[in-house]
Design a protein around this ligand. Structure first.
Ligand code: AMP
Length: 419
């Protein structure tokens, strides 16, 4: 019988990479809290209905990518494919408006989409996201981008592209969808199968096609700009102006529409040149109607979701290695000394905040040194009979090759200095 394997598109995250994940998440927590964001944790499973009502039935996510199942009570449940809808649901359910608006929340956790796995695309992936409820902008739109850039800057990113667009309010959007449909219908033969289907269900999605043939058809298509309400136009112009004033480089990309139905007005992505076709590290925007759609009050909102898997794949290498903590020192009992004494010394070091692992089995020195090497220990502390009776320790530094006998009380300080 073959050994069980992880599910297709879902991966184990292993050390030492998990240390990088933890550091990225710690950076997000720290930076987001500078901007007044607090953490929310929602369940991984939601009622299927939630995503149909918010993300939209005509989207790829709801149409073909959800992990939906019936539980033993006959309810239709879905592993969350994204977290904005769950957070908005929680906002309404717990009447979080009472906590005072604007309310700033962030989340970190796994999401599930049945997509074709490839580099940077998984069926279980992870997002770090944030949502602001109760601020109509446009200052909060700009502040959100500023927070994102600060976060990415702290992770060492340099060559990033901010792309943004406005999809207008709902009225402008549906007027535009209609005129796009009228333009494309006589040209349907030039469209691929996906786009022909979208022509009926969600014509705006055709705009972000990557197919050259379809891009050519779209060159003469009507533009969303022509359908924008004055308010939406002003909102967007102010954002663009404020970004310029703050020296934040950006590209206005009229083809950027994003795949979820709930967006209104601002949409944005930040991409890394290194990712190639799947280049977006994160996406976000405004969804002023979502809270009301889910049965709550009229509360404007906006947010973003960072693809943590992709972010880590393109994290500047120097930073990734900085995030992996130094391996623990290895303590080895030599000669007649009991492993218990090695453990005692390791405990002393841990008491001083230093990582240490004791070789607990009695055994040959050679094997113990080999294990220390594999563990990555820079320092090996040898505790022999002489050392034990004189209160000393032999400290071996693998990096310099030097070996020193020192008083046991000095060891913690010595390692501390060289950390
Ligand atoms: P979305 O929720 O579709 O707006 O996506 C936001 C971000 O999540 C994207 O920019 C990607 O970085 C990431 N993402 C979306 N789908 C996947 C996936 N299947 N695998 C890995 N990352 C993903």
């Amino acid at each position: 019988m073959s050994a069980p394997r992880s599910v297709k598109g879902m991966r184990d995250l292993l050390p030492p990479e998990t240390a990088v994940w933890a550091a990225v998440e710690a950076t997000a927590r720290r930076v987001f809290s500078l901007y007044g964001f607090e953490e929310i944790r929602t369940p991984i499973v939601e009622e299927t209905e939630l995503f149909m009502r918010s993300v939209g039935e005509s989207t790829d996510i709801v149409g073909k990518e959800m992990y939906t199942f019936e539980d033993k009570g006959g309810r239709s449940l879905t592993l969350r494919p994204e977290s904005t809808a769950p957070v908005a649901r929680a906002f309404v359910e717990h009447n979080l408006r009472e906590q005072g608006l604007p309310l700033r929340l962030f989340y970190i956790g796994p999401q599930f989409r049945y997509e074709r796995p490839q580099r940077g695309r998984y069926r279980q992936f992870h997002q770090i996201g944030a949502e602001v409820f109760g601020d109509p902008g446009p200052l909060s739109d700009v502040e959100l981008l500023q927070m994102l850039l600060r976060f990415l800057d702290e992770l060492g990113f340099e060559d990033l592209v901010v792309r943004l667009n406005t999809v207008g309010d709902r009225a402008s959007r549906s007027a535009y969808a209609q005129s796009l449909r009228e333009f494309l219908a006589p040209r349907a033969a030039e469209l691929g199968e996906d786009s022909r289907r979208r022509l009926e269900t969600n014509p705006l999605r055709i705009l972000d096609t990557k197919l050259p043939r379809e891009r050519r058809v779209l060159e003469d298509a009507p533009r969303l700009e022509e359908h924008l309400s004055d308010e939406s136009r002003e909102h967007f112009e102010m954002i663009v102006r404020m970004l310029a004033e703050r020296g934040i480089e950006h590209q206005v990309d009229p083809g950027l529409v994003r795949g979820l139905d709930y967006y209104t007005r601002t949409v944005f992505e930040i991409a890394s040149a290194e990712l190639g076709a799947q280049d977006a590290i994160l996406g976000g925007g405004r969804y002023d109607g979502l809270v009301a759609d889910l049965g709550g009050p009229e509360v404007p909102a906006l947010g973003f979701a960072i693809g943590e898997d992709r972010l880590i794949e393109v994290l500047p290498a120097s930073n990734a290695s900085r995030f992996v903590p130094a391996a623990p020192a290895t303590v080895i009992a030599v000669g007649g000394v009991a492993p218990e004494d090695a453990l005692r010394l390791a405990e002393e070091l841990r008491g001083s905040g230093l990582a240490a692992v004791a070789e607990l089995g009695a055994g040959a020195m050679k094997g113990a040194l080999k294990r220390a090497g594999r563990r990555g220990s820079r320092y090996v502390l040898l505790l022999g009979d002489d050392e034990l009776s004189s209160g000393a320790v032999t400290v071996k530094d693998f990096e310099s090759g030097r070996q020193e006998l020192m008083d046991r009380e000095r060891v913690a300080g010595y390692l501390e200095e060289r950390r």
